[in-house]
Design a protein around this ligand. Structure first.
Ligand code: BEZ
Length: 224
């Protein structure tokens, strides 16, 4: 079955992009990576999304996350569309964006990665790409997958928030609760015994009493 599941290794595909030919594993190097797909060049929602992604590029870079987009048009179309995206952002209409866009004109990669949206088709009846977000860790394994239909634009602030959670929880034995933001308290993971939690989290572990009497809501200030 095409597509990627959490924990799967990123396929080491080769592709033409707006910044030259890449091999995906070499592109990722030892960094985290985000691959986000788009239905088509020169479409309104995609233009707003790529504009926002470009504005947030320094935030992703601060977090050591390499960005790469995908759309099912040619490199030449991507470069021409990039001018529109920069103009939408109120900047010079140049071809350069702070991340490459993969040209998947024959949809080979979109099929392999399970990115097609069966409900949205082009004028020839061919399915368009959905709005997929894949976040890969430095081990090149898939840490997060979000799938939106073509008609719903993503929230890139949420994607950054998720990256913060993924990176924190990759290195500390914590989980982030509902609506968590960086700096908020986090939850101690359920598998960690109380005695170990006390040692691991010197800022303290605070439990909320519940009718069941079970002490599973264990908070601690966000560890450094
Ligand atoms: C858009 O990016 O605006 C879009 C693309 C395909 C279907 C619907 C909207």
């Amino acid at each position: 079955m095409p597509g990627l599941l959490l924990g799967d290794e990123a396929p080491n595909f080769e592709a033409e992009t707006t910044q030259g030919r890449i091999r995906f594993h070499d592109f990722l190097g030892d960094s985290w990576g985000i691959l986000f797909s788009h239905p088509r060049d020169f479409t309104p929602v995609c233009t707003t999304e790529l504009g926002r992604a470009a504005k947030l590029a320094t935030e992703f870079s601060k977090r050591n996350v390499k960005m790469i987009a995908l759309s099912i048009d040619s490199v030449q179309d991507h470069l021409s569309w990039s001018k529109d995206i920069n103009a939408y952002n109120g900047e010079q209409p140049e071809e350069k964006l702070p991340f490459p866009i993969i040209a998947d004109a024959n949809r080979e990669l979109a099929v392999k990665l399970g990115m097609l949206d069966p409900d949205e088709r082009d004028k020839d009846g061919m399915p368009l790409t959905a709005r997929v977000v894949f976040v890969f860790g430095p081990d090149k394994k898939l840490k997060l997958s979000i799938l939106y239909p073509a008609t719903t634009g993503r929230n890139f602030d949420e994607i950054l928030r998720v990256v913060d959670s993924l990176q924190l929880t990759a290195y500390k034995k914590v989980a982030t609760p509902v609506d968590w933001k960086p700096g908020d308290s986090v939850m101690v993971v359920p598998t960690l015994p109380d005695e170990e939690a006390k040692k691991l989290f010197p800022k303290g572990v605070f439990t909320k009493d519940l009718p069941s009497g079970k002490k599973y809501l264990r908070y601690t200030p966000q560890p450094e």
